[in-house]
Design a binder for this molecule. Sequence first.
Ligand code: NAD
Length: 246
Amino acid sequence: MALEGLSGKVALVTGGAQGIGAATVRRLLAEGMRVVSADVQPSRHEGDRWLGVEADLATEAGAAAMVEAAVTRFGGVHALVTCAGIRGTALPIHELPVADFDAVMTVNVRGMFLSMAAAIRQMLAQKSGGAIVNISSLNARRANPGRVAYNSSKHAVIGLTNTAAVEYGPDGIRVNAILPGSVNTGMSALADQTCSAAGWRMDYTQRPIPRTADPAEIAGFIAWLLSDGASFQTGGAYEIDGGATI
Ligand SMILES: NC(=O)c1ccc[n+]([C@@H]2O[C@H](COP(=O)([O-])OP(=O)(O)OC[C@H]3O[C@@H](n4cnc5c(N)ncnc54)[C@H](O)[C@@H]3O)[C@@H](O)[C@H]2O)c1
C-alpha cells in the first residue's frame, strides 16, 4: 500500500547518485513522487518523474541549481532528503590535517545547511509546508576512533535539524534526522577497511539484528518520515541501526 500524501509531490534528494541516496530516489519514485536528485557525480536517470542534476551541494550555486531544476521541471519543492556526505581521512585528532577536517565539515555540515536553506526558501514561497529528512549517523551517538570530523559533523546534523524544526514548524515544515547504523554502500565498505587497517574491528554479530542494513531499509524509513503518516513528527533523531545503540 502506498504511503499517504506522497504521490505527485516533488522531492529533492542530495547525494542521489549512489548508496542511500539512490535507494531513496527509487523508493520515492515508487511512491509516485517526482524527484530531482543532485550529486557531484552524474546520475543515471530515467522516466518523466526523475531528473538528475550534477551539482556540488557544498556551494550556494549548487544548492540553488538543484532547487531551480525542481521548480522549472516540476513546478515546486515539497520534500528534501540530504544524503550527500563524505567520511574523510581516518586519523587521530593530533595527526589530522586541518584541511581534511574542513573538507568533511564543508560537505556534511555547510552543504546540508545550504541545501536546507535553498529548499526552505522555496517551501516558504509556496506556503504549502514541506518535509525534510537529514541523514546523520549512529556516529552522532557513538564515536568511532579516527573519525573526529565525521563524528562531529553528524552531531552537527542534529543541531541543523532541531533548529530548522523550531524555526519552521509554524510554517508546516517538518524536519527530522535519521541515524543509520552500518549500511551496505561504498562508504561503509571503505569505513570497514580503514577501521580494520587501524586495528579496530566492526562486529555486527553482537547486535540485536546481527547484520548491516540494505540501503532500501533506510529509504523506507525516510519515505515514511516524509509522508502524512509522520504528520506529528518533527525535531526527531531516529536511530535505524538494528538495535546497535541499546
Ligand atoms: N553507509 C553507511 O553505513 C552510513 C551510516 C550512517 C550514515 N550514513 C550517511 O548517509 C549518507 C549517504 O551515505 P552512503 O553510504 O550512501 O554514501 P555514498 O558514498 O554511497 O553516497 C554519498 C553520495 O554523496 C555524494 N556527494 C558527496 N559530496 C557531495 C557534494 N559536495 N555535492 C553533491 N553530492 C556529494 C557522493 O558523490 C555520493 O554519491 C551520508 O551522509 C553518510 O554519512 C551512511
